[in-house]
Design a protein around this ligand. Sequence first.
Ligand SMILES: N[C@@H](CCC(=O)N[C@@H](CS)C(=O)NCC(=O)O)C(=O)O
Length: 329
Amino acid sequence: MGLLIDGTWSDQWYDTKSTGGKFERSAAQFRNWVTEDGAPGPSGRGGFAADSGRYHLYVSMACPWAHRTLIFRRIKGLANHIGVSVVHPDMLGDGWTFQTDSHGAQGDGLFGLDYLHQLYTRADPAYSGRVTVPVLWDTHHNTIVSNESSEIIRMFNAAFDRLTGNTRDYWPEPMRDAIEQVNTRVYDTVNNGVYRAGFATSQSAYDQAVQALFDSLDWLETRLSAKRYLMGTQLTEADWRLFTTLVRFDSVYHLHFKCNRSRLIDYPNLWAYVRELYQVPDVADTVNMAHIVRHYHYSHDSINPNRIIPINPQLDFLAPHNRDQRPAA
Ligand SMILES: N[C@@H](CCC(=O)N[C@@H](CS)C(=O)NCC(=O)O)C(=O)O
């Protein structure tokens, strides 16, 4: 685990001393947008037009943020248009690597690099900051378009529609404000909440994070008892953003991140909802539980210093969900 300082790799863990034991995630720095015609998006510069074969996605199968982008790549019919490279699940002193001695880690498909940080310095030789997945790479300008998953999924949602003919919209204009409200709470207390609990280095920081997390899971359980999806009858990005945390919950967050007041399977509605989303065509292919379990337990030696990989529950994500028999509201 480390970061780049003026383009040089430095192996250091997250600093929680200056924040009273709290884990604070730093903002992603590459914020350009792929758009249909290359016009600038909401941030960054223009010049990134949607095109087949031009963009490449770097992901970890373990990472919930990268997972969102993999799901959108599949459900928006982009698999034949955007290539993928999967990093090795172990993230140790060199950060994410392209080692291939783990099933499903195929190395760097574009340049044959050894480390993900080399991709960042290829885009910006003086880059300072964390080296995170996902990364959307542009082979045309030889740079990173974006390393912010919440924005990459919105690009995938719309920018390539003319190319693919897939116009399914997971961020419908009339629902955006309502989606944002749900996203904000889910991001703060659930997606990032599990990390804030797991990486806390003081009791109070942990208590605060874990309480907010379970308050939100209770709220979501109630919401999903009345609605099939978070926004009602329509599956939206809000659901996919929640899914990638929930699908990891019992295997890693419950034990490794000490989020153990309840398990996902203790919530009948949340558990059936996760099974339904898992069973959406092509989504199961994006869930690699072996990489998920290995990455967290092996990489975070401050939490699990002996790197013992636990036995873990056997979860049947393919069991019938019966969510289609719920009231439509
Ligand atoms: N804001 C980013 C966060 C991505 C992120 O933090 N990814 C983690 C993996 S789950 C990572 O690569 N961490 C490496 C590090 O922090 O050094 C996004 O959503 O795209």
